[in-house]
Design a protein around this ligand. Structure first.
Ligand SMILES: [Zn+2]
Length: 318
């Protein structure tokens, strides 16, 4: 069967996709978000010829994390004959952020979408977008994979996050096969919103600084395919990989506006108290000596010289 074309307004949620798509068909359309203002975001769905679970994959919650967006499009390229169940891909959830190439926040309300989950239908744009994603899509899925990476200003070594205490999500995070698996207790993230709905979810990160290298794209494609294979949606077995569980993720922030001079290397082991870089004020004087709060691994750092008060500088996983 070929591609099913529908009017953009005909599909507004995952149950609509299930009603629209017969086994063995694909859907490529724009869907309306339940936000003010409404945005039209791309949807790529593939329904396998055999029955199986439904997985929702998103990217572009942060619109300038390009490897994740490229990976999401790539995942939807494989045909229904290779799939059991349904793959639903929303590759650019936060279209205003993608269009504006904005870092962390979306340009409509200045909020970071990945701090707004589960969202609020009566709130501002990002809060409305969050609950649209949760209630219309994630709630109806058997698993949820949110693809991210370092933002335009961030350098990052791949890692995957899950909500602490969610055993099913933790299992999927290790299956993903990226070395560093971080258990997070932070509220407001996509995976924590999904866990609250009883849907196991992981957030995988690869790439950064505006790049979308084939290696980073494949890291995210491969990890997602491993989870799908684990869930019985693709043929084959999942070869075990060594992963490192990280239970404490410390993000250091800047005290002031100024210039940030990182001295760390990605993925390097640092001792508690070891210098990770310095922040200089606008006159060039060192006013913040940034040291590792714990012994651990440098998972990401901000690679831009410009830094604002409260901005993240570096993340260390212990
Ligand atoms: Zn992100």
């Amino acid at each position: 069967m070929g591609i099913v074309s529908v009017q953009p307004t005909a599909v507004a949620s995952l149950p609509d996709v299930l009603d629209t798509l017969a086994p063995g068909a694909r859907l490529r359309t724009l869907v309306r978000t339940a936000t003010d203002p409404v945005t039209m975001v791309p949807l790529l769905a593939v329904r396998g010829t055999q029955a199986g679970p439904t997985v929702v994959v998103t990217a572009g919650v942060h619109g300038a994390e390009y490897a994740s967006i490229v990976a999401a499009y790539r995942l939807a390229e494989r045909g229904p004959e290779e799939l059991a169940g349904m793959l639903v891909v929303l590759p650019i959830v936060n279209r205003p952020s993608f269009a504006a190439r904005s870092i962390y926040v979306n340009p409509i309300d200045g909020l970071n979408l990945n701090r707004q989950f589960p969202g609020d239908a009566g709130g501002s744009f990002a809060q409305q977008l969050a609950i649209w994603l949760m209630d219309g899509w994630v709630r109806h899925a058997d698993a949820f994979i949110d693809l991210h990476g370092g933002d335009l200003n961030e350098a990052l070594t791949p890692f995957v996050l899950h909500a602490r205490g969610d055993a099913r999500a933790e299992e999927l995070a290790h299956v993903f096969g990226i070395p560093y698996v971080v258990a997070s207790g932070s509220p407001g993230h996509s995976y924590s919103g999904a866990t609250a709905l009883g849907v196991p979810a992981v957030l995988a990160e690869a790439g950064g600084q505006g790049s979308f290298s084939e290696g980073d794209v494949l890291t995210l494609v491969d990890g997602t395919e491993r989870v799908m294979r684990h869930l019985g949606m693709r043929d084959g077995t999942v070869a075990p990989r060594a992963t490192i569980a990280i239970d404490r993720f410390e993000v250091l922030t800047s005290d002031v506006e100024g210039a940030w001079y990182p001295t760390v290397r990605l993925g390097s082991r640092v001792e508690a108290g070891e210098r990770l870089g310095v922040v200089r004020d606008l006159l060039g004087d060192v006013i913040q000596d940034v040291a590792a709060p714990v012994t651990g691994t440098v998972l990401y750092y901000v690679a831009s010289l410009a830094i604002n008060e409260g901005d993240p500088l570096v993340g260390v996983g212990a």
